[in-house]
Design a protein around this ligand. Structure first.
Ligand code: SF4
Ligand code: ZN
Length: 265
């Protein structure tokens, strides 16, 4: 079932072709491993990237699961460690730890894809994730973020094209898929996930029927076009990668600077 939905999404939204070099960011969780497994079965040329967050046993288990996954399917896997790039997954005031983690993951996957000549990046964002983001964007009035809520976000200079083949697949359908297909996923949870404010909203979204959520996702994708703006990218004065920051220094470099200062003290 989810293979059919993914195939249709890839074709309808022209996410990528079988000739393109595709990078799949895998965390060890069910969503990213399911999308990698489906794309592999459908015959796409995928390479895996795992970012080792170096968060105690959780990261150790994630790495082991991803390595087993790649080995079992004969897929190329690249492992990168956050400390090799001068950062750690910790609170960097005023940013909470999960915001640091999100920035670091987004930055490193994009940079790896650009530096290694990938045509496209695949992420494991699901229909449930998109509906939760949508509700949060409406709640906080961040309407410009809705423009990113679609299965494909085109690339530009130093920004790889981003795609979400699971845009119309629910979390529940993924759980069934990994169970039926024996995809081993990480069992432990990140110690920082406690107190995640998104949980009640996520629980509500999960409780909605799959077809109702698919209708919502379809219309969120349509609506996203209406919020599209021509973004003027600046390029970070330190690393040269795109940033929307007014001071010309990207969030990743700011986080890195924080750890450099901390080490000097
Ligand atoms: Fe990162 Fe853990 Fe937060 Fe998830 S819960 S964003 S893995 S720090
Ligand atoms: Zn930078």
């Amino acid at each position: 079932m989810i293979e059919q939905i993914v195939k249709k999404t890839v074709e309808k939204y022209k996410l990528f072709t079988k000739e393109e070099k595709i990078l799949v960011a895998v965390s060890g969780g069910k969503d990213s491993l399911a999308v990698a497994d489906v794309l592999n079965r459908l015959g796409y040329d995928i390479h895996l990237l795992h970012i080792d967050l170096e968060i105690s046993d959780f990261s150790e288990e994630s790495k082991r699961v991803v390595e087993q996954f790649a080995k079992g399917r004969n897929l190329k896997l690249e492992l990168i460690k956050v400390t090799d790039y001068g950062v750690r997954i910790e609170k960097v005031p005023p940013r909470p730890v999960c915001a640091v983690c999100g920035t670091v993951k987004r930055y490193l996957t994009n940079r790896y894809a650009v530096e290694n000549g990938f045509d496209v990046l695949v992420t494991g964002h699901t229909m449930d994730d998109e509906i939760v983001f949508f509700l949060n964007n409406i709640r906080s009035g961040n309407f410009e973020y809705i423009s990113k809520q679609k299965p494909i976000i085109p690339g530009s200079e130093k920004i790889v094209r981003k795609t979400k083949p699971l845009f119309f697949v629910s979390d529940e359908e993924i759980k069934e898929y990994v169970k039926e297909n024996g995809v081993e996923i990480v069992k432990s949870v990140c110690p920082y996930s406690k107190g995640n404010t998104q949980t009640p909203v996520k629980t509500f979204v999960e409780s909605l029927p799959a077809e109702y959520k698919r209708d919502l996702a379809r219309n969120i994708a349509k609506l996203s076009e209406k919020f599209e703006t021509k973004k003027e990218w600046r390029y970070c004065k330190i690393c040269g990668y795109p940033t929307s920051s007014k001071d010309g220094i990207c969030s990743f470099c700011k986080i890195k600077k924080y750890f450099e200062r901390k080490e000097k003290v």
